[in-house]
Design a protein around this ligand. Sequence first.
Ligand code: TXA
Ligand code: MG
Length: 325
Amino acid sequence: MEILNGNEPASIEKALAILKGGDIVAFPTETVYGLGADALNPYAVAKIFEVKKRPKFDPLIVHIGDREWLSDFAGHVPAEVIRLTERFWPGPLTVILPKRSIIPDIVTAGLTTVGIRMPSHPVALNLIKALQKPIAAPSANPFGYMSPTKAGHVAKMLKDRLSLVLDGGDSVFGIESTIISCRDGRVHIHRHGAITVEELEEVVGKVSEKREDGTCESPGELPFHYAPSKPLKIITSMDEIRNRSASLLAFREPPGEPGVKHVRVLSPDGNLRVAAANFFSYLIELDSHDVDVIYAEKIPEQGIGKAMMERLRKASKKYHPEAGI
Ligand code: TXA
Ligand code: MG
């Protein structure tokens, strides 16, 4: 596997040749790194599922190069969604809309809807515009694992399973896009992400975070998503640390010595955006140590903190009772 500087035109050319040849490349976005294929080529898209070992029922996000492309791939676009895309595109917002038949069924796992976003990372945009077609891309991690925010993460996680990673530096948001849909004028959140509830509500008023039947989430968002390989336990105080052979993901600077093997502090002064940018990178690092358990300090559930807690809760569901945590 090769890692090339995505800012060099020659690297984009190389990635483009791979995509045109029906193969896949990893590329940077402002949220996390993506594993991309020509969204209109079902054989190329099938390779994404193979490489990630991703179940076929989990639909992919389609990344477009310009707002104008939206109507080529989606049917009716509600006024609320238009306002949101005007405010947040290019950027970390994915909108779920009725799909046009030009999008192959494998991309949307047979659903009648498609998730679309226009990323803001210049390397991602350059690649999509050079292809002149949308790129279907999930996060570039093995299914169920944490999302990569550096080219080096992708190289480690997917090693010999693909030939090229475009390096565009660290992902600035560090958390995946927010996924929304709109029905009867009401915006629903399917996945909390880099655009906060507060930001959405400034544009469209009150949004709903869960459907009454609790099934608002996206089909691929399984209860144990985003999990490290070690058991993870969320704690509110250092007194809850039972096992000292542990890694600790602290939100702020801990008041005293936590007494565990490895500690990472997401943001010493408690800045949520800074914490999000470090979130997956620190968790991936803490997971690489030889410890029994990862303790994660609870993060305030405001702003992008909601997205981090959504991911920590899912990670903690993969509880291993033998760890004595
Ligand atoms: O920030 C991001 O969104 C990153 C970058 C690469 O763009 N991508 C990403 O993709 O996080 P992925 O595949 O890891 O997560 C996409 C989520 C999945 O949980 C999937 O179920 C949901 O989006 N999704 C995609 N299409 C959908 C649809 N039509 N309806 C409901 N959920 C959908
Ligand atoms: Mg993912």
